[in-house]
Write a protein that binds this ligand. Structure first.
Ligand code: GDP
Length: 367
């Protein structure tokens, strides 16, 4: 492209190569008088917020901007991947701004989970991670559960100020904003986006009725999320779409579970006991003897142990071992972005294997 165009909506530099990246517009858009990027186009014509992914540097710029503004911050996490979708560092930038913490995708958790218990758990985790939200909510943006409550809280806490919505990619931020917009504007009621100004290149402002704005910040890539290591087809398998059904395994010492070929769990010592697995219902769990596990993986990853698929296994990172000793009751061993195993009693020694780059961690049981 010899000439450089800018989007009349948000000011971003237009590019026509990468559909997923910021500033994308199809070639045909360049023929028009007013050139608009795809993201603004969708917002304008469909009232739909589209994902754009950013680098860490860009994210720091946005955090700085948030820190310098007087606004309410709505931080969204994916409750199925709480730790993986946590945006580290946000608390250092918020300044005096109030924060609402929203755990999305509550529809994925077993019905037996008590919302209040989970909300307390989230408060506790947030505190340990350095964030002090005014309130914590559990919602399902996809199903519209508890959206009204959050919309009401946003209205209350924003005290007439702008609202920044932040979250890493895939937490359901776009789905959430679209829901909130419907809640605020009413079904089918088109918001006026003709004058959305866009303060910086990568932030979209959606005007609210009082002249303030709901600000959609681009999703941040958390590099240790499992989602970045599997291809799009496999992502569908590992991402649960409906309520997860916990699977209980009675294991003896020296037994191993494989989760497809994506992760492995070794039960090393601690007597016979049960382990409750919380993973997408579509992930195949394979039980074997620990002493045979290395060889089984070597010979069968990509077929018996899949995903990854055969044609993808060469690019798939090696599994790295993380050892844990369970010292308290009711702990989760988390395979970031994939799921977790709940262990009820102390005294077990286990090993969790995840692809190099993905996090494995231990936490107080979420359920
Ligand atoms: P963003 O990248 O944060 O903007 O996330 P999206 O809104 O694009 O959603 C990412 C994925 O999560 C999509 O596959 C959505 O269908 C899914 N998703 C969003 N909200 C929910 C929810 O409340 N429940 C479930 N189960 N899935 C959701």
């Amino acid at each position: 492209m010899s000439e450089q165009y800018s989007c009349i909506g948000c000011g971003v530099k237009i590019q026509t190569e990468d559909r997923e990246a910021i500033g994308y517009a199809p070639q045909s858009a360049l023929l028009k008088e007013d050139i608009i990027c795809q993201r603004c186009f969708r917002l304008k014509h469909y009232n739909e917020v589209q994902d754009v992914n950013l680098t860490d540097d860009d994210f720091l710029k946005i955090l700085n901007e948030i820190g310098q503004s007087d606004a309410l911050i709505v931080k969204i996490v994916d409750i199925f991947d709480f730790n993986g979708s946590w945006l580290p560092g946000l608390h250092r930038f918020v300044g005096k701004n109030k924060i609402l913490l929203v755990g999305n995708k509550v529809d994925l958790l077993p019905k037996s989970v008590k919302p209040n218990k989970l909300i307390n758990w989230m408060k506790q985790e947030a505190k340990e991670l350095g964030l002090k939200p005014e309130e914590v909510f559990l919602v399902s943006a996809a199903k519209g559960q508890f959206i009204q409550e959050v919309a009401a809280a946003i209205d209350e806490y924003r005290e007439g100020k702008d609202v920044y919505v932040v979250g890493c990619t895939n937490v359901g931020k776009s789905t959430f904003i679209n829901r909130i917009l419907k809640e605020v504007t009413g079904e089918g009621d088109v918001i006026t986006t003709s004058h959305f100004p866009g303060t910086t290149l990568d932030i979209i402002e959606i005007p609210l009725s009082d002249g303030k704005a709901l600000v959609d910040t681009p999703g941040i890539i958390n590099h240790h999320q499992m989602a970045h290591y599997v291809d799009k087809g496999d992502l569908k398998i590992i991402t649960p779409k409906k309520e997860i059904k916990p699977k209980v395994y009675q294991l003896n010492e020296g037994q191993t579970l494989f989760f497809g070929g994506l992760a492995r769990f070794d039960y090393i010592t601690g007597g016979r006991r049960s382990f409750t697995c919380h993973f997408s219902n579509e992930i195949n769990i394979h039980r074997t003897k620990l002493e045979k596990a290395d060889e089984l993986y070597k010979n069968h990853v990509g077929e018996l142990l899949t995903p990854p698929r055969m044609d993808d296994k060469e690019n798939f990172p090696e599994l790295v071992k993380h050892e844990f000793t369970i010292k308290e009751g009711k702990m989760d061993i988390v395979f970031s972005g994939l799921g977790w195993i709940t262990i009820n009693d102390p005294g077990a020694k286990i090993a969790a294997y995840v692809p190099k780059g993905v996090h494995a961690l231990i936490r107080k049981s979420l359920i």
